[in-house]
Ligand binder design. Structure first.
Ligand SMILES: [Zn+2]
Length: 88
């Protein structure tokens, strides 16, 4: 695939990156480990906007209140769904 920023070809999608995140309510900062990332020879390793959005959505859907301040992206997807979340 192409780089989303500079359109360089042959960007690798196999990279992972550790990212700091602020919880949607702004009350807690966490570190999400091994977020799927892209590796561009020009731009370096970065997380795409769509992946950023996915993590944001996951943080508002899943209940990570029992998790420590560092957890992996995999663990995030395995967290229990918040009870108050309304599916629409
Ligand atoms: Zn690039």
């Amino acid at each position: 695939m192409e780089c989303l920023w500079c359109n360089a070809p042959n960007v690798e999608e196999s990279e992972k990156k550790d990212c700091y995140w602020i919880m949607p309510d702004g009350k807690r900062s966490i570190k999400v480990l091994q977020v799927p990332a892209l590796n561009c020879p020009n731009c370096g390793i970065y997380v795409s906007d769509s992946m950023n959005q996915k993590v944001d959505e996951s943080l508002s859907i899943y209940d990570v209140s029992e998790y420590p301040d560092e957890f992996t992206y995999e663990q995030l997807l395995q967290a229990p769904v918040k009870k108050l979340f309304n599916w629409k």
